[in-house]
Design a protein around this ligand. Structure first.
Ligand SMILES: Cc1cc2nc3c(=O)[nH]c(=O)nc-3n(C[C@H](O)[C@H](O)[C@H](O)COP(=O)(O)O)c2cc1C
Length: 182
Protein backbone atom coordinates (compact mmCIF):
# COMPACT_ATOMS: atom_id res chain seq x y z
CA UNK A 1 0.00 0.00 0.00
CA UNK A 2 1.20 3.53 -0.75
CA UNK A 3 2.46 5.24 2.39
CA UNK A 4 -0.04 8.08 2.06
CA UNK A 5 -2.91 5.57 1.68
CA UNK A 6 -1.68 3.64 4.70
CA UNK A 7 -1.77 6.75 6.84
CA UNK A 8 -5.15 7.79 5.51
CA UNK A 9 -6.71 4.35 5.90
CA UNK A 10 -5.41 3.51 9.35
CA UNK A 11 -8.03 3.68 12.03
CA UNK A 12 -8.45 2.01 15.38
CA UNK A 13 -10.22 -1.34 15.04
CA UNK A 14 -12.16 -2.54 18.07
CA UNK A 15 -13.82 -5.69 16.78
CA UNK A 16 -11.95 -8.75 15.57
CA UNK A 17 -12.62 -12.03 13.79
CA UNK A 18 -11.59 -15.27 15.50
CA UNK A 19 -9.17 -15.99 12.65
CA UNK A 20 -5.66 -16.19 14.11
CA UNK A 21 -2.88 -13.85 13.07
CA UNK A 22 -0.24 -15.72 11.09
CA UNK A 23 3.09 -16.10 12.88
CA UNK A 24 4.89 -14.52 9.91
CA UNK A 25 2.71 -11.41 10.16
CA UNK A 26 3.29 -11.13 13.89
CA UNK A 27 7.05 -11.25 13.31
CA UNK A 28 6.75 -8.63 10.56
CA UNK A 29 4.86 -6.34 12.92
CA UNK A 30 7.46 -6.71 15.66
CA UNK A 31 10.27 -6.25 13.15
CA UNK A 32 8.64 -3.00 12.06
CA UNK A 33 8.24 -1.85 15.65
CA UNK A 34 11.95 -2.05 16.38
CA UNK A 35 12.71 0.19 13.39
CA UNK A 36 11.34 3.07 15.44
CA UNK A 37 13.68 5.91 16.33
CA UNK A 38 14.77 6.17 19.95
CA UNK A 39 16.66 8.72 21.99
CA UNK A 40 20.37 7.91 21.85
CA UNK A 41 19.40 4.75 19.95
CA UNK A 42 18.83 3.15 23.36
CA UNK A 43 15.81 1.16 22.13
CA UNK A 44 14.14 0.95 25.54
CA UNK A 45 11.14 -1.04 24.25
CA UNK A 46 10.08 -4.46 25.46
CA UNK A 47 7.09 -6.18 23.85
CA UNK A 48 4.90 -8.66 25.66
CA UNK A 49 3.04 -10.81 23.13
CA UNK A 50 -0.10 -12.11 24.78
CA UNK A 51 -2.06 -15.04 23.35
CA UNK A 52 -3.25 -16.65 26.56
CA UNK A 53 -7.03 -16.18 26.88
CA UNK A 54 -6.94 -15.63 30.63
CA UNK A 55 -4.16 -13.05 30.41
CA UNK A 56 -6.00 -11.23 27.61
CA UNK A 57 -9.15 -11.13 29.71
CA UNK A 58 -7.25 -9.81 32.71
CA UNK A 59 -5.71 -7.08 30.55
CA UNK A 60 -9.14 -6.14 29.25
CA UNK A 61 -10.40 -5.86 32.83
CA UNK A 62 -7.37 -3.76 33.80
CA UNK A 63 -8.13 -1.52 30.81
CA UNK A 64 -11.33 -0.33 32.46
CA UNK A 65 -13.23 -3.30 31.05
CA UNK A 66 -12.51 -2.62 27.39
CA UNK A 67 -13.39 -6.21 26.65
CA UNK A 68 -12.71 -6.01 22.90
CA UNK A 69 -9.07 -6.44 23.89
CA UNK A 70 -9.82 -10.04 24.85
CA UNK A 71 -11.51 -10.68 21.48
CA UNK A 72 -8.30 -10.16 19.54
CA UNK A 73 -6.27 -13.29 18.77
CA UNK A 74 -3.09 -11.55 19.78
CA UNK A 75 -2.29 -8.57 21.97
CA UNK A 76 1.03 -6.77 22.05
CA UNK A 77 1.75 -4.74 25.14
CA UNK A 78 4.45 -2.20 24.35
CA UNK A 79 6.53 -1.49 27.42
CA UNK A 80 9.69 0.50 28.01
CA UNK A 81 12.62 -0.19 30.26
CA UNK A 82 12.82 3.28 31.76
CA UNK A 83 16.24 2.59 33.27
CA UNK A 84 17.72 1.93 29.82
CA UNK A 85 16.72 5.49 28.91
CA UNK A 86 17.80 6.87 32.29
CA UNK A 87 21.24 5.27 31.95
CA UNK A 88 22.23 8.05 29.57
CA UNK A 89 19.67 10.77 30.05
CA UNK A 90 18.75 10.58 33.72
CA UNK A 91 15.31 11.80 34.64
CA UNK A 92 14.57 13.19 31.18
CA UNK A 93 15.23 9.75 29.74
CA UNK A 94 13.17 8.00 32.40
CA UNK A 95 10.12 10.26 32.25
CA UNK A 96 10.12 11.67 28.73
CA UNK A 97 12.28 9.97 26.11
CA UNK A 98 11.28 6.44 27.09
CA UNK A 99 7.60 7.29 26.64
CA UNK A 100 8.19 8.87 23.24
CA UNK A 101 10.27 5.89 22.11
CA UNK A 102 7.56 3.44 23.17
CA UNK A 103 4.94 5.56 21.43
CA UNK A 104 6.85 5.58 18.14
CA UNK A 105 7.23 1.81 18.29
CA UNK A 106 3.51 1.49 18.99
CA UNK A 107 2.60 3.65 16.01
CA UNK A 108 4.72 1.44 13.77
CA UNK A 109 2.83 -1.57 15.13
CA UNK A 110 -0.47 0.09 14.14
CA UNK A 111 0.78 0.96 10.68
CA UNK A 112 2.41 -2.42 10.03
CA UNK A 113 -0.75 -4.22 11.12
CA UNK A 114 -2.83 -2.16 8.70
CA UNK A 115 -0.34 -2.74 5.91
CA UNK A 116 -0.73 -6.50 6.44
CA UNK A 117 -4.52 -6.37 6.23
CA UNK A 118 -4.98 -6.53 10.00
CA UNK A 119 -6.67 -4.18 12.42
CA UNK A 120 -5.32 -2.88 15.72
CA UNK A 121 -6.15 -0.42 18.45
CA UNK A 122 -3.87 1.52 20.79
CA UNK A 123 -5.33 1.33 24.28
CA UNK A 124 -3.88 3.74 26.80
CA UNK A 125 -6.64 3.75 29.38
CA UNK A 126 -5.66 1.12 31.92
CA UNK A 127 -4.51 0.76 35.49
CA UNK A 128 -0.73 0.69 35.30
CA UNK A 129 -0.26 -1.25 38.50
CA UNK A 130 -2.72 -3.94 37.44
CA UNK A 131 -1.13 -4.35 34.03
CA UNK A 132 2.28 -4.55 35.71
CA UNK A 133 1.01 -7.22 38.08
CA UNK A 134 -0.64 -9.30 35.34
CA UNK A 135 2.44 -9.22 33.12
CA UNK A 136 4.90 -9.49 36.02
CA UNK A 137 6.72 -6.36 34.93
CA UNK A 138 9.68 -5.25 37.01
CA UNK A 139 9.28 -1.82 38.63
CA UNK A 140 11.44 -0.04 36.03
CA UNK A 141 9.43 -1.43 33.08
CA UNK A 142 6.45 0.72 32.24
CA UNK A 143 3.53 -0.27 30.01
CA UNK A 144 2.96 2.25 27.22
CA UNK A 145 0.05 0.73 25.37
CA UNK A 146 -2.06 -2.38 25.05
CA UNK A 147 -2.49 -3.18 21.35
CA UNK A 148 -5.01 -5.87 20.37
CA UNK A 149 -4.43 -7.09 16.81
CA UNK A 150 -6.51 -9.28 14.52
CA UNK A 151 -8.47 -9.48 11.33
CA UNK A 152 -11.02 -6.68 11.49
CA UNK A 153 -14.67 -7.52 11.98
CA UNK A 154 -15.63 -3.88 11.41
CA UNK A 155 -14.63 -0.93 9.32
CA UNK A 156 -13.10 1.46 11.80
CA UNK A 157 -15.07 4.66 12.37
CA UNK A 158 -13.59 7.57 10.50
CA UNK A 159 -12.76 10.52 12.69
CA UNK A 160 -12.17 13.83 10.99
CA UNK A 161 -9.12 15.81 11.99
CA UNK A 162 -8.85 19.44 13.02
CA UNK A 163 -8.12 21.63 10.02
CA UNK A 164 -4.48 22.49 9.43
CA UNK A 165 -5.40 26.14 9.83
CA UNK A 166 -6.48 25.37 13.40
CA UNK A 167 -3.23 23.78 14.49
CA UNK A 168 -0.43 25.29 12.40
CA UNK A 169 1.40 28.45 13.45
CA UNK A 170 4.04 30.37 11.52
CA UNK A 171 7.26 31.19 13.36
CA UNK A 172 5.58 31.67 16.73
CA UNK A 173 2.58 30.38 18.61
CA UNK A 174 -0.59 32.22 17.74
CA UNK A 175 0.52 33.44 14.34
CA UNK A 176 -2.03 31.74 12.16
CA UNK A 177 -0.94 32.36 8.62
CA UNK A 178 -2.94 31.04 5.70
CA UNK A 179 -1.58 27.75 4.37
CA UNK A 180 -0.45 29.58 1.23
CA UNK A 181 1.70 31.78 3.48
CA UNK A 182 3.75 28.86 4.81
C1 LIG B 1 -2.60 7.91 24.07
C2 LIG B 1 -3.80 7.23 23.46
C3 LIG B 1 -4.65 6.51 24.27
C4 LIG B 1 -5.77 5.87 23.71
N1 LIG B 1 -6.53 5.07 24.50
C5 LIG B 1 -7.56 4.40 23.96
C6 LIG B 1 -8.32 3.50 24.76
O1 LIG B 1 -8.06 3.29 25.93
N2 LIG B 1 -9.35 2.85 24.16
C7 LIG B 1 -9.65 3.02 22.84
O2 LIG B 1 -10.59 2.37 22.37
N3 LIG B 1 -8.95 3.87 22.05
C8 LIG B 1 -7.90 4.55 22.57
N4 LIG B 1 -7.15 5.38 21.78
C9 LIG B 1 -7.50 5.56 20.36
C10 LIG B 1 -8.13 6.92 20.08
O3 LIG B 1 -9.42 6.95 20.63
C11 LIG B 1 -8.15 7.15 18.55
O4 LIG B 1 -6.84 7.19 18.06
C12 LIG B 1 -8.85 8.46 18.17
O5 LIG B 1 -10.18 8.42 18.55
C13 LIG B 1 -8.76 8.73 16.68
O6 LIG B 1 -9.26 7.64 15.96
P1 LIG B 1 -8.40 6.90 14.82
O7 LIG B 1 -7.05 6.60 15.42
O8 LIG B 1 -9.20 5.66 14.51
O9 LIG B 1 -8.33 7.83 13.66
C14 LIG B 1 -6.03 6.00 22.32
C15 LIG B 1 -5.15 6.72 21.51
C16 LIG B 1 -4.04 7.31 22.06
C17 LIG B 1 -3.07 8.03 21.15
Amino acid sequence: MEFSDLIRRRGMVRSFKERPVEHEKLIKILTSAVRAPSAGHLQPWEFIVVKDEQVKRSLAEAALKQMFIAEAPVVIVTCVDTERSASRYGDRGRRFYSIIDGSYASLLILLAARDLGLGACFVGAYKDDEVARILELPAHVRPIGIIPIGYPAERPPRYERLQLEQVVHLNRYGNRASLQGL
